[in-house]
Design a protein around this ligand. Structure first.
Ligand code: TYD
Length: 223
């Protein structure tokens, strides 16, 4: 559960080209139709400093960025994102949907860059004062297929890593889900857009239903 009570915090994860932005936009639209206020955002980014860090860490041409520096840049962007945007929105009772969050760092920096999953989890736990999503959707795609599905254009620093790197990243997402299945929904990203969005919405409904049950069980709770 996010630490903020009534707000709902959902992250989308997966390899490049998995369709995260399409699905997060569809979920945002569906939740707005239900009357929720939704903040749709992405990482790295979501704040002024986060967007600047995004260009620094993703664009080619800033010289060498070693693995630890890279991990800290993502964590710094995330710290600003949580402090300035996500926590305040959750405190207002809003839904926050982010394209990528801590699991991306665990997969890309922890496994892809070999910095260690526990180290990256700890770094990001500190950066976010331990704010974890209510649940995370993993859009699973084979890296070769993901590459083919991406919009044509230049590849950023991470996208231009070889398929073996992306295969490790994919496995890291699947491992995270396997270790805590109650906090994840893994979806085969090859399915059609509607099938995927319906599955996600069903899971969101389950989260809401579980919340209502808990509230009803607490004396004086809502519901
Ligand atoms: P993304 O916004 O998904 O890129 P695009 O819109 O081009 O698909 O993510 C940017 C890249 O940054 C992506 O290749 C994954 C990488 N990344 C990390 O390596 N670590 C992180 O913590 C995050 C959030 C992203």
């Amino acid at each position: 559960m996010s630490a903020e009570g009534t707000g709902l915090f959902i992250a989308f994860e997966g390899g490049d080209g998995a369709g995260k932005s399409t699905q997060s936009a569809l979920l945002a639209e569906a939740l707005r139709k239900r009357g929720l206020t939704v903040v749709q955002t992405r990482e790295p980014g979501g704040t002024e400093i986060g967007e600047k860090l995004r260009s620094l860490v993703l664009d080619h041409g800033h010289g060498e960025i070693d693995a630890r520096t890279e991990a800290l840049m993502y964590a710094a962007a995330r710290a600003a994102h949580v402090e300035q945007l996500i926590r305040p929105a959750l405190a207002r009772g809003e839904a926050v949907i982010t394209d990528r969050y801590i699991d991306s760092s665990v997969a890309y920096q922890g496994i892809g860059r070999d910095l260690g999953t526990e180290e990256i989890r700890q770094l990001n736990s500190w950066a976010t004062a331990s704010l974890w999503p209510d649940f995370t959707v993993i859009l699973d795609v084979d890296p070769v297929e993901g590459r083919a599905r991406r919009a044509p254009g230049g590849e950023d620093r991470l996208e231009s890593e070889p398929d073996t790197f992306h295969a490790q990243v994919r496995q890291a997402f699947l491992d995270a889900a396997e270790a805590a299945p109650e906090r994840y929904l893994v979806i085969d990203a090859r399915q059609d857009v509607e099938t995927i969005s319906e599955a996600i919405l069903r899971r969101v409904d389950e989260v809401f239903a579980a919340r209502r049950q808990r509230a009803a069980a607490v004396p004086g709770g809502q519901g």
